[in-house]
Design a protein around this ligand. Sequence first.
Ligand code: GAR
Length: 212
Amino acid sequence: MSALQLAAFVGTKGRGSNVKAIHAAIGEGRLNARIALIVGTSRNAPAIQWAQESDLPTAIIDPKAFADEAEYAEALLTELRAAGVDAIALAGYMRRLPSGVVSAYRHRVLNIHPALLPAFGGKGMYGHHVHEAVLAYGCKLSGCTVHFVDEDYDTGPVILQRAFPVEEGDTPESLAARILPGEHAALMDALQLLAENRLTVAGRIVHIHPSA
Ligand code: GAR
């Protein structure tokens, strides 16, 4: 079984904890992958600064520098192909992935979302906004979802979910802190399933096959 040649897409708003968890899981032999590239929209992203200090390969591609989404997609694909990437993890990337990249890497792009989709997903639902909305709605349960990325926000086929209780007195910060370790575990599990070729997709159903 060959290692995933993984690109992690990070955003400016996250802490970079998911990409750090990927790096740690690879180092500890829990994930059969290599970080081939860390892609950011800005040099100021905490995850990019960490990657550069850790001597991991980075590419800064600012979508605002391109005339349209197709040109942004081409720039991304050029970098991804040059780095030999065969799978992508969106780890705090808060934008919609250009459709050119989605179709070139169909069912090879995973996103981690901090809620139980299809609840609390969609444009603008990222990071603390998600936890605020869960609390405002009065949910008693939240969690995280790893899903394949399609052309829209948070709508692709679900791979894994983990649930956590909402507790009396929770704040967006306390709820996020309870869920975050689950995000890391679910993302690693899903990536390892992908590395082991154990995921197939039929319509919107992801089948998880037993290990060989
Ligand atoms: C994570 O909680 C992730 O689930 C969320 O952004 C955070 C990034 O944290 N992603 C979304 O909300 C996507 N819609 P990190 O930078 O510490 O990995």
